[in-house]
Write a protein that binds this ligand. Sequence first.
Ligand SMILES: [Zn+2]
Length: 244
Amino acid sequence: MSDTASDLAQMPEDWERALAVVAHPDDLEYGASSAIARWAEQGKSVVYLLVTRGEAGIDGIAPAECGALREREQIEAAAVVGVREVEFLDHRDGVIEYGLPLRADIATAIRRHRPELMITLNHRDTWGGTFRNSPDHRNVGLAVLDAVGDAANRWIFPERITEDAQPWNGVRWVAVAGSAEASHAVEITDTLDKGVASLEAHRAYLDGLSGDMGDTGFLRTVAEDTARRFGGRLATAFELISFS
Ligand SMILES: [Zn+2]
């Protein structure tokens, strides 16, 4: 494929509010945050909702101590890319269950924040090939896709409707990061450095990884690989699922 090939379509940018929902602190920093930095620079509003505090994510630090540490790192990582609102649900890291409580929590967040774009992480069984995705990512991604319809229907989770959380049918797309079925991309030439810095904000997490897994240089490699499918421009790819 030549350097000017473009099989990835341009991500829509005619929106004002996005809500990013992922399982763990660091999930958005493995690629999506470079795109989020661009959107924040354009004046768009992006809110983060973390389903857990990532308390089971560092082998050498017990959950009781780890959750608060990773929460702080996530808030710092968000600030690096211009995101000021970071919320946490308290589902348990590693054992997130797909089900009505998770759908209700995400639908309520959609009703409160009224996003046009949802951002989440790969909900599919693998990262491509045979490398299996984790149950937390699969369950959260699937619940995000399902909660779009839940949020719009006032007869679904009516007990969660309040003055500040009214039914919302304005979600137009879910953008899935890390999907092997990417369809769209957005240029990150000017914001890749911010994306790398946002991952580096997860210092305790990166320090806890073995070998060179904590090296953040791969983010540029992935952006360069995506550029080959996007007219030669450094980019982040998403699988875009349309709801309108
Ligand atoms: Zn994760």
